[in-house]
Design a protein around this ligand. Structure first.
Ligand code: ACO
Ligand code: ZN
Length: 227
């Protein structure tokens, strides 16, 4: 039998229309040769970018049975920032952000990476210092003893996408590898951020704003704040 013909037929039977790769998250049409070729390129890039053998001077802040969380501070070496940029590009591609929107230059930017026991980057949280943000976090209970002028109605809102509120820390990007989701990796990255963003203090959810949440991001944030 002719090999090529068989291959096309097999693909046609298994996939019809758009598919999402479980590993790299790319949506593509399996029956479309150009799309498939693009996927193959991106898939390879994804695998190499998320490989993580470890650094000599990495700053481990938490350890778990299934991995560890490291922090990359603004004064970290160049190679560490380069890795963050690489991962951010992958994340932005999945989130559909436009290219060229680099983070370099932003002040007070701490990044947290979840490294799996399989030596892969399983998750990433990029923070940024901000003074205002769009709060997506529900806050149903009014603060106990606050003067009426500072506690506004908007505090009760589930999702304030139109009004900016003061915050000290922005979650610029939060992302977990497709095959690693729903294992509390994002939750653990949030805890790491809250514990390590400011030395000696734990951030409350009121201090944190999500910069541009996706539907996944909103579902996660809503659930995370309830626990
Ligand atoms: N649908 C419904 N509920 C969800 C979802 C979802 N897709 N994701 C998380 N939750 C809720 C659940 O209640 C979950 O608890 P459960 O699994 O016990 O039910 C809880 O949030 C905690 O979830 P985690 O396991 O900690 O979250 P995870 O590690 O899976 O990561 C994330 C969540 C980061 C949103 C992931 O789905 C992802 O990377 N998505 C694609 C990228 C993305 O959209 N990121 C957010 C962008 S917004 C921003 O960056 C500012
Ligand atoms: Zn892929």
């Amino acid at each position: 039998k002719d090999g090529m013909e068989q291959m096309v037929l097999d693909l046609g039977q298994k996939y019809f229309g758009a598919v999402t790769c479980d590993t790299c998250g790319m949506v593509y049409t399996a029956t479309h040769p150009e799309d498939e070729a693009n996927h193959a390129i991106f898939h390879r890039k994804y695998l190499s970018c998320t490989k993580f053998k470890g650094w000599k001077n990495e700053e481990v802040i938490e350890e778990f049975p299934d991995g560890r969380i490291i922090v990359i501070n603004p004064d970290a070496p160049k190679y560490a920032h380069r890795k963050v940029e690489e991962v951010r590009e992958l994340v932005d591609r999945e989130l559909g952000f436009v290219e060229g929107n680099t983070l370099s230059g932003k002040e007070l930017c701490k990044t947290f990476l979840f490294i799996t026991s399989e030596k892969k980057i399983g998750g990433c949280l990029i923070s940024e210092g901000i003074s205002k943000g769009y709060r997506v976090i529900p806050d149903e209970t009014p603060p106990p003893s606050q003067s009426s002028d500072s506690s506004k109605e908007s505090k009760k809102a589930w999702c304030c996408e139109t009004t900016q509120e003061p915050a000290v820390c922005g979650v610029s990007r939060i992302w977990v590898a497709g095959l690693m989701r729903r294992k509390k990796i994002a939750s653990r990255l949030m805890e790491a951020l809250r514990n390590h963003y400011t030395f000696g203090s734990f951030l409350t959810m009121d201090d944190i704003a999500f910069s541009d949440p996706t539907p996944d991001g909103k579902l996660f944030a809503t659930s995370y704040t309830k626990n």
